[in-house]
Design a protein around this ligand. Structure first.
Ligand code: ARG
Length: 608
């Protein structure tokens, strides 16, 4: 170990690091910028070969704004190995002394076993907010270690029910995609629809029986298809002759027989139209690359897995045994056909190899966790993914819990599922519209305004009610709760945002002009709290992305509105000496709220 006392006094090295690291790129989240400072300090404090990452976290406001917690763990690493440090406290002190000079930090203190508490500079917070107002919130985008990701979400099964789980997958997947996009990651939004499999045999056979030449004459809606699918399944289960015909139909379809291919394509098209109605209302965009897309890539995937010695014969099927799992992953069925897992393996390889994705994210209910664990393990063993699952390229399963009905049981929509999902959204909108009319808005607004606001609030409420919970927990679907204008709901938050917009409007000031000429001062403690929270937006997005947890952003948004309320009730805005600064703070709050909405897939409203 190098003599620490020498490095102790010399901060020149750190200073030069600062010049490179901070002057050249004052970007990334607040936490990332602090981490850069501490990285420089750590490098000046301990030997390079320790290669420590700065551990920075927001801390209890009694101690400061942020804390660096490296001293304790460093001490356990260097203790008894000839270091001149006598304990964690002196290490903490050295870390503190070696922090490069920076306008970010106002003061530091040492606490407990070497924690370095940081108080940020108020001027710097104010300056950063002001800069964002002028240069745009994009300048606050966090930095993620990847350039391209696949988000595989929604993914309903054609001709089978599209259930509430698919709605959850759609909402959660869309938010994750938006947050990654905001962080400058290129996102390939993939709808991995179940458009292949034996169910098509029975459905097509049944349709042909009911309507000869169905493939050219059909003008069905998805509701009809679902009813036919159910009927065909029943028939399949009790009529052995039909069953045989259905199985032959599968062969014809997979063999590419024209009539069958056409009928299949037609069924897919009808379903697609049904899904589009849901996506359109939700404002979600997806590119369909369904299971059938990966068919041509399955053989090469199985071959790679076989060549790596992973595939074994078991009871006539070809399988991969995965350590710790009771059942193996079947990759070729007994009849030689492929299945869900074969497709997923081929898709994973395709996404890595052809699409060059560095992160592949799958959004499905928790019930599929095992499946993905097995697929990912196989991919690691064949060398498609690194064995260390902290490294990129990476595959992650984003599981979520159930949606429950009022009766505490699984929330079920009846037979015509897709339409019911649309109905659900429509009902949210209808209720919002009624509430607006009740508040007299029909006299003030045009019909179009009324419609647009009801949609924004209604659909926003459905989304927010889903996203605000940790995705792994089950939640109860309850219109009254999600449409309440008090409490942690989208309605409350959207109104809060609209109210801020109206404060600015009613001030009569030209906010664009103020942005250029005015200055933010965070004089009052409630202003400082609000300002710091605004600045933490980027690191919250970063955290939500890294841990794939949209609820983190919801919590941030709710707290933001709480801090704003506190600020607004304790600090006079219009007509005060601090009017300009406070109006700018209102504007910054509105901008950040809007961007939270945007990332959550919620359309902001400006009037209420
Ligand atoms: N279609 C599947 C289902 O409804 C979800 C597909 C998820 N994506 C995947 N690559 N397996 O359960």
């Amino acid at each position: 170990l190098r003599a620490t006392s020498r490095r102790f006094s010399s901060t020149t090295k750190a200073q030069s690091i600062l010049n490179v690291a901070v002057d050249q790129e004052i970007t990334g989240s607040l936490k990332q910028q602090l981490a850069k400072l501490f990285e420089a300090s750590l490098r000046a404090t301990v030997p390079d070969e320790l290669d420590v990452e700065p551990l920075i976290a927001a801390c209890n406001p009694r101690f400061g704004d942020y804390q660096c917690n490296n001293a304790m763990s460093l001490w356990t690493k260097i203790k008894g190995k000839g270091t001149e440090f006598t304990g964690p406290q002196p290490i903490g002190r050295a870390i503190m002394n070696n922090i490069p000079a920076s306008e970010i930090i106002e003061s530091c203190t040492i606490a407990g076993p070497g924690f370095v508490n940081v108080v940020l500079s108020k001027q710097w917070i104010a300056k950063s907010i002001q800069k964002m107002l002028i240069d745009g919130i994009e300048t606050w985008a966090p930095k993620l270690p990847i350039k391209r990701a696949v988000v595989d979400f929604s993914s309903p099964n054609i001709a089978k029910e599209m259930h509430v789980g698919h709605l959850r997958s759609t909402i959660i997947g869309d938010t994750l995609a938006r947050m990654l996009e905001f962080s400058n990651v290129e996102v390939l939004r993939r709808n991995h629809v179940g458009d292949w499999g034996t169910q098509f045999g029975m459905l097509i056979e049944y349709l042909f029986e009911m309507f000869p030449n169905w493939e050219v004459t059909s003008d069905q809606a998805i509701e009809d298809l679902e009813a036919f699918y159910k009927a065909s399944k029943q028939r399949f289960d009790y009529d052995p002759i039909f069953k045989e015909r259905a199985q032959r139909a599968v062969v014809s379809l997979q063999g590419g027989e024209e009539k069958y291919r056409k009928a299949w394509a037609q069924i897919c098209e009808i379903s697609r139209r049904g899904y589009e109605r849901v996506y359109h209302r939700l404002g979600v965009q997806l590119e369909e690359k369904g299971e059938s897309f990966y068919n041509p890539y399955i053989p090469r995937a199985i071959e790679a897995l076989s060549n790596a010695g992973l595939v074994e014969e078991s009871e006539g099927a070809r399988v991969i045994f995965i350590e710790g799992k009771n059942i193996p992953l079947i990759v070729v069925k007994r009849d030689g056909g492929y299945n869900y897992a074969s497709t997923d393996l081929a898709a994973l390889q395709y996404r890595l190899k052809e699409e060059k994705a560095e992160w592949i994210i799958y959004v499905t209910d928790v019930g599929q966790r095992e499946h993905f664990e097995m697929v990912f393990t196989a991919a690691r063993r064949v060398g498609w993914l690194p064995t260390d699952d902290n490294l990129y390229p990476k595959a992650s399963h984003v599981g979520f819990g159930l949606v429950l009905g009022e009766d505490g049981r699984r929330f079920r929509t009846r037979s015509t599922e897709v339409v019911k999902l649309v109905d659900l959204l429509d009902e949210a909108k209808t209720r919002c519209k009624a509430a607006l009319i009740e508040r007299g808005k029909a006299d003030e607004w045009t019909e179009e305004e009324l419609e647009k606001t009801a949609e924004a609030v209604g659909y926003g409420a459905v989304k927010y009610a889903d996203l605000k919970n940790n995705r792994l927990t089950n939640y109860t679907f309850n219109f009254d709760q999600m449409l309440n204008d008090k409490g942690n709901t989208a309605v409350y938050l959207l109104y809060a945002h609209a109210r801020i917009c109206s404060i600015i409007r009613k001030s009569g000031k030209d906010i664009e002009e103020l942005k250029k000429t005015g200055k933010i001062e965070l004089a009052h403690p409630d202003e400082r709290v609000l300002g710091l929270h605004l600045l933490q937006f980027a690191e919250i997005v970063e955290e939500a992305c890294t841990n794939l947890l949209p609820n983190v952003l919801c919590e941030y948004l709710y707290n933001l509105s709480e801090y704003f309320t506190k600020f607004y009730s304790n600090c006079q805005v219009v007509g005060s000496a601090e009017e300009t600064s406070r109006l700018l703070l209102c504007e910054a709050t509105a901008v950040v709220m809007r961007n939270c909405f945007n990332l959550l897939g919620i359309v902001p409203v400006y009037r209420i």
